[in-house]
Structures are given as structure tokens and as C-alpha cells.
Ligand binder design. Structure first.
Ligand code: PLP
Length: 294
């Protein structure tokens, strides 16, 4: 038997009159929770850095929109904010150095009661510093649907951050079995989509490009924060339809997400991609850090 995870901070958001800190080393979900048995729910993963949660408003907006797409009762943001403050305070009390990951999980709840389940979980962001340093070797992988599937089939829940990540995790395992670290999904037409847990950003001169947010992909909160700040600093920020060839001709390719923040794609299907110079790399990373800090 493995030892219980004592690192998990848990806040029960919905079961009582008010959010309360719960025992993260004890069982929490009921066996008939539809989040567990069907992946029927939504989540957000936020970065905790320097004692506070980052990019919160964008995460809240996406949380509301994901819940709406799944026809879940609209989350009571005041309650989630209170719970989040409790979780962050617990994390800060632990005085552990480094970044942490804070997950907000909201499921359709127990099959037997119909009452939604909500909890917040904080864990140290282990291993991210090394991933940021090393970068990732990426393989392209078909996702098997066209860019406009979300319009034709709202039940596909394109653009919602649902708990159903088994296919994304399977793609990552497949990549790892074949000597890669990460994946870039492509659409049926061959356009770039996203990583299993990240948004693609291309740098070309003073331009930043990304696949159109919401077109076959989850709109990324990190990408949105980055584009807003970069535009203020004079970068041209262009959501577009992109192809694998665009990856090969970019000055640099990055995968961005809330906790890893930015990892550079060092190779694509085994072919080395150009590395930016140290100054360009530092500038991009600073832009991401600053975008998340404000
Ligand atoms: N796309 C997918 C499928 C993701 O799971 C994530 C994050 O986990 C992202 C993109 C990046 O989103 P964010 O920057 O909001 O973390």
C-alpha cells in the first residue's frame, strides 16, 4: 500500500452551508459521483504563485461558460471565491517554496441525489521547473474531427473544460511510449489545434500566432492573458488557422498553460525546431510571467 498523500489541500465547496477545509488524505467522493463515473463535470486549473492565485477572472469566466455548456447549475462565484481564498491560505500556511496548482472541480454530483459536487484541491506544481527548462519533444496526432465540429455538434462540448480527459491522457501516454514528451493535435483538415493540456503559440518576428480560440480547441486563459499584454507592448497578436508547416517555419513554438506556463517545442516528429536566442527566449518567458502576475 502506498502512503496517503499528505500534500493535498482540499476545500469542500458545496456540501455544507459554507466552504470548509477538508482532510485531503481521507476519501471524499461518493462512488456514484457522476464526475467519477462519467467525467460529467467541469474544472479549472489555476496557478498559485507568490501567495496568490493568478489570472483568476479569465478562469472564472471559462468556469461559468463550461458549466453553461454542460447545463450544470451556474456556479455561485462568491462561494467559489471564498473557497479559493481558504485553499490559498492553507497553501500559504504550509510555507512550501515554489508554484502550486489549484484545481476547481465541479461535477453533476451524485447519481442518487442529483446535487452537484464541488471541491478545490491544491498540490505543489512538482516537476514544472524542469519541464520549462528542458522543453518538449512533440509528435503531431490526429484528433479526428473538423475545425467547425463545435458549431455542428454542441454536444461534443468543444471549448468546455470538462472532466473527460481520458483521450487527452491517452494521447500523452502514446507520445511517451514513442519517445516524445507531448502532443500537438491536428484537425481532420490538417490544421493545428492544441496540446492535450496546452495552447500552441508561434513566434514570428514581433508577431504571436495561435489557433483561433474556440475553433476546435479550448480557449486558453494563458494565451488570452499573454495576447492582451503583448498587444499592449506592441506585438501583433494574430489568432489564425495554422498548419504543421507553420510550426516548422516559426522562430519559436511554445505550449502555454496555467501551471507549466510556457514550454518550448524543441522538436516536431523528431525534426529539430529552431531555438530562439537567449534574449528572445527570456523576453517571451517574461511576457508570460508578467501576463499571469497582473
Ligand atoms: N487546451 C487544453 C485542452 C487544456 O487542457 C489546457 C489547460 O489545461 C489548455 C489548452 C491551456 O489552458 P490554460 O492556459 O487556461 O491553462
Amino acid at each position: 500500500m502506498t502512503a496517503p498523500h499528505r500534500d493535498i489541500i482540499l476545500v469542500d465547496v458545496l456540501s455544507g452551508d459554507a466552504p470548509r477545509v477538508a482532510d485531503g488524505s481521507a476519501p471524499f467522493l461518493y462512488p456514484d459521483d457522476l464526475g467519477a463515473v462519467r467525467g460529467d463535470g467541469v474544472f479549472e486549473t489555476l496557478l498559485i504563485r507568490d501567495g496568490h492565485a493568478c489570472n483568476v477572472a479569465r478562469h472564472e469566466d471559462r468556469f461559468l461558460s463550461s458549466a453553461d455548456m454542460l447545463q450544470l447549475p451556474a456556479p455561485d462565484l462568491d462561494r467559489w471565491r471564498e473557497a479559493s481564498a481558504l485553499a490559498v491560505a492553507e497553501w500559504n500556511d504550509g510555507a512550501i517554496d515554489g508554484d502550486a496548482s489549484m484545481r476547481w472541480v465541479y461535477s453533476r454530483g451524485r447519481e442518487s441525489t442529483g446535487l452537484p459536487t464541488g471541491y478545490i484541491m491544491v498540490t505543489p506544481a512538482a516537476g514544472v521547473a524542469a519541464a520549462r527548462e528542458r522543453g518538449v519533444r512533440v509528435m503531431l496526432a490526429e484528433r479526428g474531427f473538423e475545425l467547425d465540429l463545435g458549431n455542428r455538434a454542441p454536444w461534443a462540448l468543444i471549448g468546455a473544460k470538462t472532466l473527460s480527459y481520458a483521450a487527452n491522457m491517452a494521447a500523452l501516454r502514446h507520445a511517451k511510449e514513442h519517445g516524445f514528451d507531448d502532443v500537438i493535435f491536428t484537425s481532420a483538415e490538417g490544421n493545428l489545434l492544441e496540446g492535450p493540456t496546452s495552447t500552441i503559440i508561434l513566434v514570428r518576428g514581433r508577431r504571436l500566432l495561435t489557433p483561433n480560440p474556440g475553433e476546435g480547441v479550448l480557449p486558453g486563459t494563458t494565451q488570452a492573458a499573454l495576447f492582451d499584454l503583448a498587444a499592449e507592448k506592441g506585438w501583433e497578436c494574430v489568432p489564425s488557422q495554422l498548419t504543421p508547416e507553420d510550426l516548422r517555419t516559426a522562430d519559436a513554438v511554445w505550449l502555454v498553460s496555467s501551471v507549466r506556463i510556457a514550454v518550448r517545442v524543441t522538436s516536431l516528429d523528431g525534426e529539430e525546431l529552431p531555438a530562439p536566442g537567449p534574449e528572445a527566449e527570456a523576453e517571451f518567458r517574461e511576457l508570460c510571467d508578467e501576463a499571469l502576475a497582473r
